[in-house]
Ligand binder design. Structure first.
Ligand code: CP
Ligand code: NVA
Length: 317
């Protein structure tokens, strides 16, 4: 295992609700650990620092990647994961968040939660005595961005000064990318239609991290402006989970925000296309792009496993 006793101590027992709470040094450590665990797995050498530990996973929204990568990750690290859907637990019938947090803390060693409001993960974390990991809320998706940073680092050889352009909704992905990228000294440009731009208070945070780390943050309503000289182009669905009723309205609002070959040509010739998935081909991205030579979306999806194994090892191990 990677040795850094002060960072190990710093991370043990912590919650992971947003990358806002994590320093560049801590994120760098988690990425190094993720790379190490990936290499070990490739070499058939499985380390099991979480033997005897149990992760509870509360899901109030659907998931393929998050559910499977956490469950498999926990298994590979020697522990166990419990899938707790909203329908199965009393929280879904109105048991309070403080009671749920206190009870689950007495059985589990860590809790992963996918829900709507960021305030739910915050309240769970306030009352739980075990680490709480945000597996996606309407505001943030920090686990995804840990895997995204790992992927960008693998492909571009580093993060400092790398330009990422996010094209689409100013949603949970845009927020977490802005925070993660600015913390790592990247240049981040978000192109979103007016009315769908990121939360200004989160943009302000990203801007201040960028000032400290030597990066930049740009918010625009012009995808072509955002894409110029980009090393990475990122997209996400136009209607997120919980916004299904707005689908039609959003397809109209985002019509000019599709990532297609024409847009890709404005970026650097070796641009990488990323998408958190699930994707809607023909809406936010064309098949030509997501299934084309610039796309690294499956490498990115695989890295969810390695990045989260690093996270669980650091927080729960
Ligand atoms: N990217 C992501 O979080 O995928 P799932 O919704 O399938 O977990
Ligand atoms: N913005 C998307 C991300 C899915 C991983 C959603 O919240 O549905």
């Amino acid at each position: 295992m990677i040795q850094s006793s002060s960072l190990e101590q710093q991370l043990k027992g912590r919650d992971f609700l947003t990358l806002v709470d994590y320093s560049k040094e801590e994120i760098t450590y988690l990425l190094e650990l993720a790379n190490y665990l990936k290499k070990q797995q490739r070499a058939g050498k499985m380390e099991q620092p979480l033997q005897g530990k149990t992760l509870g996973m509360i899901f109030e929204k659907s998931s393929t990647r998050t559910r499977v990568s956490f469950e498999v990750g926990m298994y590979q690290l020697g522990g166990t994961a419990l899938f707790l859907s909203k329908e199965d637990i009393q929280m879904g019938r109105g048991e309070s968040i403080p009671d749920t947090a206190r009870v689950l803390s007495s059985y589990l060693d860590g809790m992963m939660v996918r829900t709507f409001s960021q305030s739910v993960v915050e309240e769970l974390a306030n009352y739980a005595s075990i680490p709480v990991i945000n597996g996606l809320t309407d505001t943030y998706h920090p686990c995804q961005v840990l895997a995204d940073l790992q992927t960008i680092q693998e492909i571009k050889g580093g993060l400092q000064g790398v330009k990422i352009a996010y094209i689409g909704d100013g949603n949970n992905m845009a927020h977490s990318l802005m925070i993660g990228a600015s913390k790592m000294g990247m240049d981040v440009a978000i192109a979103a239609p007016n009315g769908y731009q990121p939360d200004p208070s989160i943009t302000k945070k990203a801007q201040s991290f960028a000032n400290t780390e030597g990066g930049t943050v740009l918010i625009t309503d012009d995808p072509q402006v955002a894409t110029g000289k980009a090393d990475v182009i990122y997209s996400d669905v136009w209607a997120s989970m919980g916004q299904e009723s707005e689908q039609e309205k959003r397809v109209e609002a985002f019509a000019n925000f599709q990532v297609n070959t024409e847009l890709l040509e404005l970026a650097k010739p070796d641009v990488t296309f990323l998408h958190c998935l699930p994707a809607h081909r023909g809406e936010e991205v064309t098949s030509e792009v997501i299934d084309g030579e610039h796309s690294a979306v499956f490498q990115q999806a695989e890295n969810r496993l390695h990045a989260q194994k690093a996270l669980m090892t650091a927080l729960i191990g």
